[in-house]
Design a protein around this ligand. Structure first.
Ligand code: ZN
Ligand code: ZN
Length: 432
């Protein structure tokens, strides 16, 4: 035991300390980006996190091994991504015809059939953004691990990394795969390839990398590396909503993270409402126009979102019909109603307690991207059936529906939830 201990201590002192610097965050004050309340944090060490005592928002955390966790997960995900996107994903056999499919082949099939818009959706949310996210995560963490000095590319990469993080949809795509192939199994034999079984691991690794990234801690490192003067909380300073560092009031763009500096997002309610209005307008053609056209030598079926769901329900696919109904009708409708409710509460009078509204906002923000299930199912169906025997083509509603999902997500993004919490402060001031 003794020599082993000595060996470990030698490595811990000489090697680990050199290549894995200890990660800490000094005691400081910040404003919660969700409720706006000021919190004095003690010094945080590896494995510790801070949560807002007022609204429960996750303020900052430092992983037990902050550098290794992100780098290992991101590198493993990157390698797995190459495998998953190039190996056969699924083999569908129908009337003696085999159609082996890879994920990159799916993208190619969309381009050949002149569905550039859906190819762009697939490329952006399922291929491009996750790849960009992993590369940026590796760059940023490796930079901090091996180099300590500042470079402007580092700040830009950090900014892009945190934006890209919210728009990845590999998990939604995987669930869509399950839904599509359960449906396809009723008409054809489906054999899953290696890539299909590896995809859940890819999803887990990407999510783990995403969870391990701690924006406030990383920006504290940028502040230190760029030698930006530290400001205390006070009358003349504003806490930046993105990096949570206090900056002088007259600064237009935060010097730490380079995003717009504001106390409350300017024009938040107006912007959020206009995006929601655009989504509501586009939701009409998304529901009225055909979303999918299925053809075989005997008949041609043109379905809208609702008629497709009714057809599946009557055909006995009750589970699939329920999933598509939840993703395509229930989630977008509830999301639009929820955003209207929140906007009314923030502008006029809270319709529920602020804690309940805050929870409602979190749920609304989290579920939005799951509406893309229907679009991904159509993409999968279309790329699986594109022969003369059986052919599936998307209808124009697919484009409108994609825009509805993106616009409602943007509407939630621009909504400054602190405007709701400000109501409690005003109420307190008035009644006291
Ligand atoms: Zn809070
Ligand atoms: Zn900032």
């Amino acid at each position: 035991m003794q020599p082993d201990n000595r060996l470990y201590q030698y490595f811990a002192k000489k090697w680990l300390r050199k290549y894995l610097p200890s990660a800490t965050l000094p005691a400081h004050t910040l404003d919660c980006p969700e409720c706006g309340s000021r919190t004095a944090l003690p010094k945080l060490r590896q494995g510790q996190k801070a949560i807002c005592s007022v609204c429960g928002h996750h303020l900052v955390h430092i992983e037990p091994e902050p550098y290794v966790t992100v780098l290992a997960c991101a590198l493993a995900a990157l390698i797995l991504m190459v495998v998953v996107y190039s190996l056969p994903f699924v083999n569908v056999e129908m009337t003696g015809m085999f159609s082996p499919l890879t994920l990159s082949g799916m993208f190619h099939a969309l381009l050949v059939d002149s569905w550039g818009f859906l190819a762009a959706v697939l490329l952006t949310f399922v291929f491009g953004l996750p790849l960009l996210f992993l590369l940026l995560a590796i760059y940023v963490y490796a930079y901090f691990l091996f180099k300590q000095e500042f470079s402007p590319t580092l700040r830009n990469s950090m900014r892009l990394l945190l934006r890209v993080q919210q728009w990845m949809m590999v998990d939604v795509f995987f669930i869509s795969m399950l839904v599509a192939y359960i449906k396809i199994q009723s008409v054809a034999a489906v054999n899953f390839g290696v890539a299909f079984w590896l995809m859940p691991f890819l999803v887990i690794l990407i999510l783990r990398t995403s969870v391990a990234i701690s924006p406030h801690w990383l920006y504290s490192k940028i502040q230190h590396a760029d030698q930006i003067p530290f400001f205390q909380a006070g009358e003349e300073t504003v806490c930046c909503s993105r990096c949570l560092h206090f900056r002088p009031k007259n600064e237009v763009f935060c010097r730490v993270c380079d995003s717009e500096l504001f106390h409350r997002r300017p024009g938040s309610l107006k912007m959020s409402f206009l995006l929601l209005l655009a989504a509501m307008i586009l939701y009409v053609p998304a529901n009225l126009l055909p979303i999918m056209i299925s053809e075989n030598p005997l008949n041609k079926e043109i379905s809208t979102i609702m008629s497709g769901i009714i057809f599946m329900w009557n055909d006995g696919d009750k589970l699939i019909a329920s999933i598509i109904f939840s993703a395509s009708i229930a989630v977008p409708t509830l999301k639009i109603l929820s955003m209207l409710w929140l906007l009314f509460s923030a502008r006029f009078k809270p319709l529920l307690s602020i804690k309940a509204l805050s929870l409602q906002y979190r749920i609304t923000e989290a579920i939005g991207r799951w509406s893309m299930i229907d679009i991904f199912v159509i993409i999968i169906m279309m790329t699986t059936f594109h022969s003369k025997v059986a052919r599936v083509t998307p209808g124009p509603a697919a484009i409108y529906f994609c825009l509805v999902v993106v616009l409602t997500m943007l509407s939630a993004h621009f909504f400054d939830v602190r405007l709701l919490w400000d109501k409690t402060v005003h109420k307190f001031v008035e009644t006291d």
